[in-house]
Design a protein around this ligand. Sequence first.
Ligand SMILES: NC(=O)C1=CN([C@@H]2O[C@H](COP(=O)(O)OP(=O)(O)OC[C@H]3O[C@@H](n4cnc5c(N)ncnc54)[C@H](OP(=O)(O)O)[C@@H]3O)[C@@H](O)[C@H]2O)C=CC1
Ligand SMILES: O=C1O[C@H](COP(=O)(O)O)[C@@H](O)[C@H](O)[C@H]1O
Length: 517
Amino acid sequence: MSGGSSESSPLSGQNSLSSLSISKDNELSSESGCLSIVVLGASGDLAKKKTFPALFHLFQQGFLQSGEVHIFGYARSNLSDDGLRERIRGYLKGASDEHLSQFLQLVKYVSGSYDRVEGFELLNKAISEYETSKNNDSGSYRRLFYLALPPSVYPSVCKMIRSYCMSPSSHTGWTRVIVEKPFGKDLNTAEELSAELGQLFQEEQLYRIDHYLGKELVQNLLVLRFANRLFLPLWNRDNIANVQIVFKEDFGTEGRGGYFDQYGIIRDIIQNHLLQVFCLVAMEKPVSLKPEHIRDEKVKVLQSVEPIKHEEVVIGQYDGYKDDPTVPDDSNTPTFASVVLRVHNERWEGVPFILKAGKALNSRKAEIRVQFKDAPGDIFRCKKQGRNEFVIRLQPSEAMYMKLTVKKPGLEMATEQSELDLSYGMRYNGVKIPEAYERLILDTIRGDQQHFVRRDELRAAWEIFTPLLHDIDGGKLRSVPYKPGTRGPQEADELSRRMGYVQTHGYVWVPPTLSKV
Ligand SMILES: NC(=O)C1=CN([C@@H]2O[C@H](COP(=O)(O)OP(=O)(O)OC[C@H]3O[C@@H](n4cnc5c(N)ncnc54)[C@H](OP(=O)(O)O)[C@@H]3O)[C@@H](O)[C@H]2O)C=CC1
Ligand SMILES: O=C1O[C@H](COP(=O)(O)O)[C@@H](O)[C@H](O)[C@H]1O
C-alpha cells in the first residue's frame, strides 16, 4: 500500500489508503494529491450522527491524512468553523483530545443556500484555496460531495456543484457525489431524479448510498455463498423452504413522524435496505467481483421478481403513531409491513422470500433466516425438533448460526435442536467491526461502486414496489393496528405460516462458555 502524504496520521499512517483507488479492472492504483470532502447539510442530524463520525474514524485509522484531506461543512445555518466543530465534537468518540483536535482542525464551514450561486462560489473558493495552498502541481485534485440533505434539494445542489465546484480540469482528479436515500417516492419520481442527476454527472460519479450494504455481515454474504462448497448445492428450491429477511426496531418514529408519514416502512426500509439484502441472498454467482458484474446479477434477480400479490402482504400501524402532531389523524401509513417476494427463475421458483420490517416492536434486530425443508424419510420421528435454519444476524451482535438436530447427550437415543454457532463477539474478540458509513465513504474515495446502487438497479427496485405502494396510498390496503412492544399484527405471523414457515418450539439457546473444559 502506498503511503501518500509525508505528514503523519494519528495512527502511524500505515493504513493510508487515501492514496489508493480501485480501478475499473479491480486492481489497486495509486492516487495522490488533495482530497476535499464536502458535507452538504452539515448542520443536520445525519451529518453529525453518521457522516462526521465516519470521517473521524477513517482519520483515526489513518485512512484520511492531515496532509492530504480537508473537510468542508456546508449548510444554510449561520455558523463559524468553531461553531460547526462544537456541534459535532460530542459525536466523535474514542480518541485522545489530541487526535480529536487534529481532526477538528481539518474541518471548515461555509454557509450558503442550496440554490444560490453565491454560496457555491464561496465554497469553491474555499476548496481552491486549500488546493493551491498545498502546492500540489503533480498530484490530483479530488472532490467528494456528500449530500446529507433532503432529496427535494438534490437537483439544485447538483446543478450548483456541476456549475461552480467541479474539480478543475487543469489537474487530474475527480468529482464524486454521494446521495442518500430516499431516491424518489415511486418509479416515476425516482426516474425523474435519476434523469436530472444523470444530465449533470456520469454514473461513475454518482454513489447512491444504502448503508445496509456497508454492514459487515451483508458484505459477508457473497463470500459465504460463493466461497463455501457446503452452501453451493443447498442454496436453491430443492432444499430451501422459505427465506425471511427481517428488520425490527423497538422504538417508534420519535419526532420523525412528519418525514416518515410521507414514506412509510416499505419506502423507508423494505424497498431499499431489505431488498439489497435480498439481492445478495438470491442472485446468481457474478462473473467476477468487479462492481459491474455484481450489479448486473443484482439487476437480473430483481427483474425476475413477480408482481406482489395483495394477499401476500400485511401492513400495520402501531397504536399511538398518530399522536405525533405532524402525522395526520387519518394516516394509513404503515409502520409495519410483511411482503412476500417470489422469484421466477430456475433456482427459486416456489420459494417465498418474506421481507418484514416494523417500528415499535418487541425487539431490535435485523436478520436473514433461511429455513430448509424437512429431511425426507425421518427415521427419528423428530419433526417436532424443528427444521434446519441458517440464521445470519446482521445486528445487534453480529452472528451466524445453523440450527440443526443432534442426539441429545446421554444414554437415550433422543434428538434435540442445537446449533453451529459463529458469534463474532467470541470468534473475533477485540476486532473492531467498522461502521457502515465509514466503509462506504472509503469505497467512494477508492472509486469502488460495488456497494452502491446503480441506476438500473434502482429502477428495477421501484418497479417491484410501485404498484403496491400506489395501492396503499390509494387506500386499497388498510394498515392493521398493533400494540407497541409486540411482534406486530398477528396477521403477519399467519402470513408466514401460510408461506410454509414452521416455527421451532422448545429451542433454547445456551450461550457457549469455555469455563467447563
Ligand atoms: N450466536 C448467537 O448469538 C445465537 C443466539 N441465539 C438466540 O437464541 C434465541 C432463539 O433463536 P432463534 O430460534 O433463531 O430465534 P427466535 O426464537 O427469536 O425466532 C425464531 C423465529 O420464530 C419467529 N417467532 C418468534 N415468536 C413467534 C411467534 N409467536 N409466532 C410466530 N413466529 C415467531 C421469529 O420471528 P421474528 O423474527 O419476527 O421475531 C423468528 O423468525 C434468539 O434470541 C437468538 O438470538 C441462538 C443461536 C445463536
Ligand atoms: O435508513 C434507515 O435506517 C434506520 C435503521 O438503520 P440501522 O443501521 O440502525 O439498522 C432506520 O431507523 C430509519 O428509519 C431508516 O430511515
